[in-house]
Design a protein around this ligand. Structure first.
Ligand code: NAP
Length: 527
């Protein structure tokens, strides 16, 4: 079923010369398929098709775009076990994870379809004219969100379904009215091709314009950079490393016409452990955090990589229990040998810094791409003096910083880079004593969690998955939930425009029956 070719619109093409293989990380062997890099002509063709498709697709009614998104979901499901099998073969994840991630991907596609059908997401805002206003008449002004144009999506390594070919970035961009060109992630190109075939099949069945979607194969610095620099590309979605995301962000900013890059990058997700929480619930939190640190072999952007506590007997007891729990867990497979190598290097770099001790470590021999979990410890003063200690180690890793007092804890949080999440473990009557800590944490993160774990990102409208730089390149936006659509649109105003020529969302009769802000009042009534 795998052709190894690029989808340039609906055509399968492979005129490039460089080829790629993917790896089965569980077996540590190459997979049988050979994939061909997109040639310069194919890249050019895909972008031009997307540009032409945009002119038509952007004006399709919501029902038509919603039907397309729902059809993509149906086509993905129709691929059945074959898709789950290739996902597992290329990622090292087990069947349960494949099924749950596919479920999440389907849910995301259908959520955006529902958002389109409901319709109010365009934020229609109308101020009607006051011709007799003194000293000057007021004009009729009507504003709504409109799509930006072709979007390039970089598939992530750690979510081969949910943040790749038909993942949240693609679903939200298509919902916005933007054609999508995916730069397939090199670690799971076969999975990407199968999902792309589902999107193309849905596009054909629903008569979408040729080029509304393309899926290209190639390296980041070749294909990826060429796409980001292309003048007809209008925005970029990315999930991955800080280095990769920042390189693409800089490239986009240097274009004659700079474009936005919505990059979701590194995060160590600080967890503040207050003394009474672990005095009362030490075992419970130890079990929860042993599970969270090792979940998905630690390959989640919300992995709790930094624990912050106050020195004392409560913390000693908690760490003893966490060490016992975490050492019992059987290590699991990482996504790729290079990710495993990065994990080894990152772990040893931090372990070798002055003042760092090992609290717990899985010591048995593991298979080549399996990652033994580790928990390190350091004093607050040492952490403050050494920036290396706050680098992300992608994998089942965490470091506990043992602080002398609230001031030291607050100073550490204030100095952290921006993060996706911050968590507080506290007894309800304890938290009020730590206002300075909570204020500091809120300033550094996109989502605050009370008495929980940061892993497990619910897909819903109130989710904010993003945060101050470098956890994301623009903290005003989320990559998860329907508001992710706002990354691919711009506000646009019509002044004194004839009613019949306005988009339906702005017409007097409100034919879409959506909620609008009319003369400062939210209403679905016609004007
Ligand atoms: P990555 O190296 O940043 O790669 C992500 C995508 O960006 C790939 O398609 C890659 O292309 C491309 N790319 C990377 N550097 C580029 C550059 N300088 N110019 C243009 N394109 C570039 O991330 P990854 O492959 O997913 O994993 C590597 C590391 O990223 C992990 O070990 C982890 O530290 C981090 N990571 C973090 C998160 C998170 O959410 N925090 C998620 C995933 C990964 P290629 O095909 O050439 O590789």
């Amino acid at each position: 079923m795998i052709t190894g070719k690029n989808y340039v619109g609906s055509q399968l093409l492979a005129s490039g010369t460089k080829t790629y293989k993917t790896i089965d990380p569980q077996l540590n062997i190459e997979n049988p398929w050979t994939f061909t890099e997109a040639s310069a002509e194919e890249i050019e063709q895909a972008v031009h098709l997307a540009h032409d498709a945009f002119k038509i697709y952007k004006d399709f009614p919501a029902e038509r775009k919603a039907a397309f998104l729902n059809a993509i979901a149906d086509e993905i499901l129709a691929l059945g076990d074959a898709l789950l099998e290739i996902y597992c073969t290329e990622s090292g994840f087990l069947r349960g994870r494949a099924e749950s991630e596919r479920g999440r991907t389907i849910f995301q596609l259908r959520s955006f379809a529902n958002m389109l059908l409901e319709g109010s997401w365009v934020e229609a805002t109308i101020d009607t004219a006051i011709p007799d206003r003194a000293p000057l008449p007021k004009e009729d002004l009507r504003k709504m969100l409109v799509p930006l144009g072709p979007v390039v999506v970089f598939g992530s390594s750690n979510f081969p379904f949910a943040f790749s070919t038909a993942g949240g970035d693609t679903a939200s961009a298509l919902a916005a009215g933007c054609p999508v060109i995916v730069k397939s992630h090199s670690m799971h190109i076969g999975t990407g091709e199968m999902v792309a075939s589902a999107i193309i099949s849905a596009a054909k069945k629903h008569n979408m314009p040729e080029g509304v979607f393309s899926n290209l194969i190639g390296g980041g610095v070749t294909l990826g950079a060429a796409l980001v620099k292309h003048p007809l590309v209008k925005a970029v979605g990315f999930t991955g490393s800080i280095n990769g995301g920042r390189a693409l962000f800089d490239l986009a900013a240097q274009r004659p016409e700079p474009i936005p890059v919505f990059a979701e990058m590194g995060s160590i997700n600080p967890v503040v452990i207050l003394p009474e929480a672990i005095e009362k619930n030490s075992k419970k939190w130890a079990a929860a955090y042993a599970g969270s640190i090792t979940l998905g072999t630690g390959q989640f952007c919300t992995n709790p990589g930094l624990l912050l506590g106050m020195k004392g007997k409560n913390l000693d007891q908690f760490l003893k229990e966490l060490a016992e729990q975490i050492e019992k867990i059987t290590p699991s497979c990482m996504l790729h040998p290079s990710i495993k190598a990065d994990f080894n290097n990152g772990r040893e770099k931090i372990r070798s810094q002055n003042g760092v001790t090992t609290i717990a470590e899985y010591k048995e021999e593991t298979a080549p791409n399996f990652a033994p979990q580790i928990l390190l410890s350091v004093e607050g003063k040492t952490f403050l003096e050494n920036k290396i200690l706050s680098h992300e180690v992608f994998g089942p890793f965490s470091i506990i910083v043992q602080c002398e007092n609230i001031d030291e804890l607050t100073t550490i949080i204030n100095k952290l880079d921006g993060q996706l999440t911050g968590t507080i473990l506290a007894e309800p009557d304890e938290i009020s004593k730590y206002n300075s800590v909570i204020n500091a944490l809120q300033n550094r993160v996109g989502r605050l969690i009370f008495n929980g774990v940061p892993t497990g990102v619910e897909v819903c409208a109130s989710m904010l998955h993003g945060g101050p730089y470098p956890s994301s390149s623009d903290s005003r936006f989320t990559a998860v939930g329907i508001h992710a659509v706002k990354r691919w649109v711009r506000p646009f105003s019509y002044q004194n425009w004839p009613d019949e020529l306005l988009p339906e969302a702005l017409q007097n009769k409100n034919p879409l029956n959506i909620n609008r802000t009319v003369n400062d009042i939210i209403t679905n009534k016609p004007i």
